[in-house]
Design a protein around this ligand. Structure first.
Ligand SMILES: [Zn+2]
Length: 225
């Protein structure tokens, strides 16, 4: 009986050891910007290929991060329902600090959230994620006037539209990418927190573009590291 008990303890210890090595228990709190970027690229490739590992979406992961969060990257994405950040990067609970709004623009509240992620959670990578056929950018390109606060969003995107107009190719796609680059630049120069972290090379800000038709994320630019 005693021997059986020892065997049971050994099996449980082995299970704990094996499960600690699964993605659910990966400790990603100390990864640098380059490694974080690689994790996102790898995850997106798995998503595109349909080979999702669904890392860290089970109850065991939920409980593991319940007391404290250690996300390895922050993402400023569009609120569009077709761009669910954790799914397209094939990540799980507690992996990504996500801020979303229409047009992935950065106002005071979005910047404050990203400052919190970078300064207090130690995230070394911010991805600004635009996407194909973004409704906010399309409305800005069309010059649409809408009722309510949404015109503030369109006004914020207008400089990117101005840059995109007149060149060859798809105006909306160019404007989405120009908007992403502008927001990256804005964040990198936002004082006092983000600009300092970029200057100290503790923070990298990278632009990206999500293709609604293929699921692929194209990384566009980076500012600082
Ligand atoms: Zn959008």
């Amino acid at each position: 009986m005693k021997r059986m008990a020892y065997a049971l303890v050994a099996i449980l210890a082995l299970c704990a050891c094996v499960s600690a090595a699964t993605p659910d228990h990966q400790d990603l709190s100390a990864v640098g910007a380059e490694e974080a970027l690689l994790l996102l690229k790898t995850g997106n490739k798995a998503f595109v290929a349909g080979g999702s590992q669904e890392p860290g979406r089970a109850a065991v992961r939920m409980k593991a991060v319940a007391a404290k969060q250690h996300p390895f990257a922050a993402v400023l994405g569009c609120s569009d329902s077709r761009v669910p950040v954790e799914i397209i990067f094939d990540r799980g609970i507690g992996d990504l600090f996500v801020v979303r709004d229409a047009g992935n623009i950065a106002g005071d509240y979005e910047i404050a959230s990203l400052e919190y992620a970078a300064e207090h959670l130690g995230v070394g990578l911010i991805v600004v994620l635009g996407h194909k056929r973004c409704g906010a950018v399309e409305a800005a390109v069309d010059g649409t006037r809408l009722e309510g606060h949404i015109n503030d969003v369109l006004a914020r995107i207008a400089p990117a539209v101005a840059e995109a107009q007149g060149a060859a190719g798809d105006t909306v796609e160019r404007a989405v990418k120009a908007n992403v680059r502008m927001v990256c630049g804005q964040l990198a120069y936002t004082e006092p927190v983000l600009s300092r972290l970029v200057a100290e090379k503790k923070l990298k800000i990278v632009g990206a573009y999500y293709d609604l038709d293929t699921g692929a994320v194209e990384f566009l630019s980076d500012t600082g590291e």
